[in-house]
Write a protein that binds this ligand. Structure first.
Ligand SMILES: Cc1cc2nc3c(=O)[nH]c(=O)nc-3n(C[C@H](O)[C@H](O)[C@H](O)COP(=O)(O)OP(=O)(O)OC[C@H]3O[C@@H](n4cnc5c(N)ncnc54)[C@H](O)[C@@H]3O)c2cc1C
Length: 484
């Protein structure tokens, strides 16, 4: 291929774009990430990863480096609207904790992984437009350069140019409140900061200030107005004025590492694809950071899309495989947005929402209630519609012990996997796409399961009469069999 021609151009080198690039590289797809900024952002937006994202890292052999850089908080799983009730300790996952890790570290580790796998990463490369035809997309860059790609994926964040140029609808609710987020040095003593923060939070849950490492403090305070353009950062003076307005003091904040704005706008794209152009991550959905879901959703979008796009490029994708990305992930984002709406109501200081919050706090003492909420926040309760069948069908399989290791260790290459305890199945015809592992000692309550590369169960069987249903599942997800 020529240097100005790739299989997939990924616009945006945030967590979604880097995860997608890595997934594509597992299948030898020629991918270029086009990132506008010359240097990675130092702003700490996301503070952590939920169990499903942690499982994904484990499935790709990446978890060790994330664990080394982060901190595990078992009590943080499923925290709903900040209500301080721990989730059940026996959730259906081998990773029942939140991994505290600042977003710049997550972004760096994902970028390193993509580069190690051979993704081309062009920083300081802004996409200004594109045109698509039947065979591909021609991408325009701000330096006058052009790139030709078979597919283009906009992972370019909430203000996505790709989404706008496609004319994709982005319905939802506009911002009603805006916050300023600052990482700053302070002159006030830490004990005084904690005492003031605790007091203000009794009436304003949208306010907070606390240590952020490196001698800095991270402070969030409501802004005076909702801006037209949140890409313009606030001034230090504006930040100080808002701190004084809410806390009666500005804590002597100075020397900011970063100052940014975010809002409670909630929007969901009504399409994720137009021809050969797709969108993923914040480009497809935005919501306030309550519950800490955005980055997690983006990583999981990329994990869902990567293998499907690679299958199309490799020529074996069954009809509708790429479109199942929208069907599956739009429904998940819709659900997360609704959860966020509910949490936004519950942090309101008004008496009505406060009464509902007290009631929910009591209900969360019931195991089923806290389990239900925790599974949704953790992303481990998702069930894709892959047909009718046992409860496990359509769900991701947690990591389980096998005779000589664990299930997730077998998934590092991002291939399909038939885990068989009977020895009676076969993947002849699909062996170039699907591994078959016979293990009679697996910790699995089914004779055999077929897993997609993203770990979701698309077939359960293993009995004498199940050969036909297995063949249909292989065809549905892995295309036609090849002979020889
Ligand atoms: C205060 C705050 C706290 C948050 N906390 C959490 C949390 O705890 N947990 C969580 O999961 N999420 C959290 N989030 C959300 C999280 O930060 C985002 O959901 C996540 O960064 C989205 O990743 P992304 O890759 O889709 O988009 P982004 O991270 O926005 O990356 C998009 C990239 O595209 C680039 N780009 C844009 N336009 C172009 C162009 N034309 N050409 C080339 N490049 C372009 C940008 O420079 C950027 O690098 C928080 C957000 C905020 C604001």
């Amino acid at each position: 291929m020529r240097a100005d021609q790739v299989d997939v151009a990924v616009v945006g080198g945030g967590p979604t774009g880097m995860m997608l690039a890595s997934e594509l590289r597992l299948h030898d797809v020629d991918v270029r990430v086009l990132e506008r900024e010359a240097e990675p952002s130092a702003a700490v937006r996301s503070l952590g990863l939920h169990p499903r994202s942690i499982e994904i890292l484990d499935q790709r052999g990446l978890l060790g480096r994330f664990l080394a850089a982060g901190q595990q908080y078992p009590g943080g799983v499923g925290r709903f609207a900040g209500i301080d009730k721990p989730a059940p300790t026996d959730l259906d996952t081998a990773h029942g904790y939140v991994l505290g890790i600042p977003q710049p570290v997550t972004d760096r580790l994902l970028a390193e992984h993509a580069a190690e796998l051979g993704a081309q990463i062009s920083r300081g490369s802004e996409v200004t437009g594109f045109e698509q035809d039947e065979d591909g997309v021609t991408v325009d860059l701000s330096d006058g350069g052009r790139l030709r790609a078979r597919w283009l994926v906009g992972c370019d964040g909430g203000r996505s140019l790709v989404r706008k140029l496609l004319g994709v609808g982005f319905p939802g609710e506009p911002a009603k409140t805006e916050w300023i987020l600052g990482e700053v040095q302070v002159t006030a003593p830490a004990a005084e900061i904690t005492a003031v923060s605790d007091e203000v939070r009794k009436t304003h849950r949208g306010f907070g200030i606390g240590p952020a490492g490196d001698g800095l403090f991270r402070a969030v305070v409501p802004a005076a107005t909702v801006s037209e353009d949140r890409s313009t950062p606030p001034t230090l003076e504006e930040f100080r004025a808002q701190l004084r307005a809410y806390a009666g003091t500005d804590f002597g904040v100075h020397s900011p590492r970063s100052l940014s704005r975010f809002s409670d706008a909630i929007r969901l794209a009504d399409r994720y694809r137009d021809g050969r152009v797709l969108i993923a991550g914040d480009a497809a959905h935005v919501h306030p950071p309550l519950g800490g879901q955005g980055l997690n959703l983006g990583i999981q979008d990329a994990f869902n899309l990567g293998w499907k796009l690679a299958a199309d490029i490799d020529g074996w994708a069954p009809e509708d495989l790429v479109d199942s990305y929208f069907t599956e992930r739009h429904a998940v984002a819709d659900d997360v947005l609704n959860l966020t709406r509910a949490q936004s109501e519950l942090i309101s200081p008004e008496p009505g929402p406060q009464a509902v919050r007290r009631l929910l706090t009591e209900l969360m003492d019931i195991d089923d209630v806290s389990r239900y909420l925790a599974e949704r926040i953790a992303g481990i309760g998702i069930r894709y519609d892959v047909g009718d069948g046992p409860a496990l069908l359509g769900r991701r399989l947690r990591d389980i012990r096998l005779t000589g290791g664990t299930l997730y260790e077998l998934m590092h290459e991002g291939r399909g996997l038939l885990l068989d305890q009977t020895g009676s199945t076969s993947v002849d015809g699909w062996a170039d796409r699907v591994d078959r592992v016979v293990d009679t000692g697996a910790e699995l309550d089914a004779p055999a399961v077929l897993l997609r590369p993203d770990g979701y169960v698309v077939w359960i069987g293993g009995g004498r009469d199940d050969a036909l249903t297995m063949r249909l599942a292989l065809e549905r997800w892995f295309g036609v069999a090849v002979s020889g």
